[in-house]
Design a protein around this ligand. Structure first.
Ligand SMILES: Nc1ncnc2c1ncn2[C@@H]1O[C@H](COP(=O)(O)OP(=O)(O)OP(=O)(O)O)[C@@H](O)[C@H]1O
Ligand SMILES: [Mg+2]
Length: 233
């Protein structure tokens, strides 16, 4: 049992955002650890090679490394309950995160939307799934829709919230917000979240704000977010 009282509901749409290095992935990994303890099903789409690798220390977590040029049977993959998907270094060198998302992760999300239920889907660099800041990507929009119907639980992570489509932003059930110092982001969040600036000013590095629309906010101190596995961010 954790000392931090953030629950893992049956379903949700969680958004995690903040500047680079603020603690988004560390916290997402913490959420996954909580889900694992409860025996929940999950799948993480990572865009970094190492980042979440510590999570495979958890018994039963299956690791899939995406190697460019290889074809994958997504249906087979979804037979596993707890999955971490990461690119190899070579994949990133050859096709970049953009290629990884386009060629592998978007088709996988589509397959999840079609067949999978009762699973937490963690999407790193979620802004990359959208064609523009105005238009949500189809795969992400579908996933959020299933979230509203209580079938899939999405955790979307982004470092550029002002560029994240408002249509998706408004659908989030919970927001986990780390420090922001890019003026454009602060202005944007001031419009979207009651009292944002004051809260943001109180945050130390790796502290976060939990925001539950329309107006519930609280600060969560970094000491409360304690990982059981190693984070390589
Ligand atoms: N609550 C915490 N306590 C201690 N260390 C933390 C905490 N949160 C984050 N860190 C450390 O801060 C560093 C950055 O964290 P993390 O990798 O989660 O950043 P990020 O927001 O995901 O960055 P990026 O946008 O670059 O992916 C890591 O070394 C991580 O271990
Ligand atoms: Mg990260």
């Amino acid at each position: 049992m954790g000392i931090l009282d953030i629950d893992i509901p049956a379903w949700s749409i969680d958004l995690i955002y903040g500047n680079t290095g603020s603690g988004k992935s560390y916290f997402a990994g913490w959420l996954v650890e909580q889900a694992w303890e409860k025996g929940r099903r999950f799948l993480i789409l990572d865009t970094k090679v190492r980042n979440h690798l510590g999570l495979v220390q958890l018994k039963g977590v299956r690791l899939l490394k995406i190697k460019v040029g290889t074809r994958y049977n997504w249906r087979k993959l979804l037979e596993f309950d707890q999955v971490l998907v990461v690119p190899t270094r070579g994949t990133i060198n050859r096709i970049g995160v953009e290629g990884l998302v386009e060629q592998y992760y978007k088709p996988l999300l589509d397959e999840i939307f079609r067949r999978d239920r009762d699973r937490i889907i963690v999407v790193e660099e979620a802004h990359r799934y959208n064609p523009s800041s105005r238009r949500p990507g189809k795969e992400l929009e579908q996933l959020f829709r299933e979230g509203r119907d209580g079938k899939l639980y999405t955790v979307a992570i982004t470092q550029s919230i002002a560029d994240f489509p408002k249509l998706l932003f408004r659908q989030a059930q919970r927001h986990f917000i780390f420090q922001h110092y890019v003026p454009n982001d602060v202005i944007y969040l001031n419009r979207m979240i009651p009292g944002f600036s004051e809260l943001n000013d109180q945050l130390r590095e790796h502290d976060l704000i939990e925001f539950i629309p329309p107006n519930r906010t609280r600060i969560i101190k970094r000491e409360l977010v304690v990982r059981r596995t190693r984070h390589f961010g």
